[in-house]
Design a protein around this ligand. Structure first.
Ligand code: XMP
Length: 513
């Protein structure tokens, strides 16, 4: 495997993506918390950073044994850091270089750059530049503005590159990553979904033995794939349940429950609607609603877990809690920049209270979202579940602005059902990352027949995104929007106006609350 040392660059995850795309396993670790390397480590990549190597508080790392024992590739800050600490000089660039550049000179004899043509487009993003390098540094690529665009320290396996091979704007970036990972480090390209499934099931069997695991499923991709893996490992000793908090989409509870049963999971449906509605009555403040939903979920979980325990044979105890945590959640919580500001409290990443004393098992904690989908495909998970848009844990609770009532839930479910069905029929659903309908806390005047109406407004939202961190609204065809608007207003009693949300994230967020 490859170790990526994270110095805080926004692109670090992308480096990992590129390495994984080569079917090579890699791990990201913060520069200040590096684990002991075992014999599977074949090479190390130093990431970029928002810091300048000239800053006093710039991230530092003791790399002597790393460059001695492993091939090392420094990217941007990583390259500048290695240059500076090996006798080179890094200074602020006269012209800050951001964006596209072309390599004017490429030493194709060097194994790092084999197959990369002169003129190849690369992506730059740096305010410092490597000005001077000692005589044992060989400059292996330059642009018209940056002489030391790439270097190799002679007699070592240490390389540095000023540009970012991990972004798609660097046209031959993947060739470079492959040269480093496969040719220089000697990694074998056998990290596939099949291999992951086989290895993970074997590991789970060994780790869990005859133990029982409890798991709450959400109907989403991650928890489902995690459950199917666990089920392969321990069969019906995995006890799943799926909670209806009354904030799911139309027919969702039954449909998801059915598809879980078809997949052979040991699953129980829990109807807790009244409990959630009762606690939410009259509450409009978004964070308060989230907290109530999160809290009620823990109560329901606690009851369901107790019931599962009660049904186990005497002396047998479920000691584990299964969770669908994926790699971005893990990386986020160990980010070198510390926890970011709470924009919204996502209840399902907060975990459960300590008193439950369950040990957590997370079979997907090393995977990115699209890898989870590939693993799901290998496991023959229902394609309807694999292709589903993300849906927030608090469900329609954060898509009904203002207080939540049974009637508002019904109206929103009907409208959303029409919206999503039309997206599917028009072939748009799979092109959209996430779509949903929002119930607005306003009423507006309309006219139907000869009657004045004073009814509710819903907003349609559809966004494109890679990971939910940034998103842009989708340019749906006017004809499709017109059809959906017509159908909603004509069929859903209580709505007389439909609007379309044309905000991107940032500065807006995907959900409205
Ligand atoms: P925002 O609104 O923050 O949403 O742009 C980003 C993504 O996260 C989802 N989301 C949640 N998912 N529990 C979840 O599981 C939550 O509490 C939650 N809040 C937002 C949102 O649907 C989008 O995909």
């Amino acid at each position: 495997k490859i170790i990526i040392l994270d110095f805080g660059s926004q692109y670090t995850q992308l480096i990992a993506r590129r390495v994984r795309e080569l079917n090579v396993y890699c791990e990201i670790h913060p520069f200040n918390n590096i684990p002991a390397f075992d014999e599977t480590v074949k090479g190390i990549i130093f990431s970029g950073s928002p810091y300048s190597v000239r800053q006093e508080d710039a991230p530092q790392v003791d790399f002597a044994s790393m460059t001695r024992d492993y091939p090392v590739l420094g990217v941007c800050y990583g390259a500048q850091y290695l240059a500076q600490h090996n006798g080179g000089e890094v200074l602020p660039s006269e012209i800050r270089e951001y964006g596209r550049a072309n390599l004017m000179f490429v030493d194709q004899e060097n194994p790092l750059l084999a197959g990369i043509p002169t003129q190849s487009q690369v992506w730059m993003s740096h305010g410092d530049t490597i000005k001077e390098v000692p005589s044992n540094f060989r400059v292996i690529a330059s642009t018209d503005k940056v002489r030391v665009a790439a270097y190799h320290i002679e007699g070592t396996r240490t390389y540095g590159i000023q540009f970012h091979p991990e972004v798609t704007h660097s046209t031959d970036g993947q060739v470079l990553v492959k040269n480093f990972v496969v040719d220089i480090c000697g990694c074998t390209q056998d990290w596939t979904a099949d291999a992951f499934v086989e290895m993970t099931i074997a590991d789970l069997k060994e780790q869990l033995g005859n133990d029982h695991v409890i798991m709450a499923l959400s109907g989403g991709v991650d928890s489902t794939v995690a459950a199917v893996l666990l089920h392969h490992a321990i069969g019906d000793r995995l006890h799943c349940f799926f909670v209806d908090h009354g904030l799911l989409r139309k027919n969702e509870f039954q449909e998801v429950l059915d598809s879980y049963e078809n997949m052979g999971l040991n699953i129980k449906g829990v109807n807790a609607k009244d409990q959630f509605y009762g606690k939410l009555a009259g509450v409009s403040e978004p964070e308060q609603k989230r907290k109530i939903i999160g809290g009620a979920f823990i109560d329901v979980f606690d009851d369901a877990a107790k019931q599962i325990q009660a049904e186990l044979p005497d002396g047998v105890e479920a000691k584990w809690l299964g969770q669908g945590t994926i790699y971005p959640d893990v990386i986020e919580s160990i980010s070198v920049n510390g926890p970011s500001a709470t924009i919204k409290s996502h209840h399902n990443v907060g975990g459960l209270p300590d008193y439950m004393k369950l040990k957590v098992i997370e079979p997907l904690r090393t995977l990115f979202k699209d890898e989870v989908r590939r693993v799901g495909k290998t496991l023959e998970v229902d394609p309807l579940i694999l292709g589903r848009h993300p849906f927030p844990g608090p469900g329609l609770g954060i898509r009904i602005l203002g207080d939540i009532t049974v009637e508002k839930v019904r109206i929103l479910q009907e409208a959303d059902d029409i919206y999503i069905r039309n997206l599917r029929e028009a072939g748009w659903y799979d092109k959209i990352w996430q779509a949903g309908t929002i119930f607005l806390p306003v009423q507006s005047v309309g006219v139907m027949g000869d009657e004045r109406t004073y009814e509710h407004v819903v907003s349609l939202r559809a966004v494109g995104s890679l990971d939910g961190m940034t998103a842009d609204w989708i340019h749906l065809p006017y004809e499709l929007l017109a059809k959906i608007s017509n159908e909603i207003i004509n069929h859903v009693k209580g709505i007389n106006r439909v609007v379309y949300d044309i905000s991107s994230k940032p500065p807006a967020t995907i959900e409205w609350e």
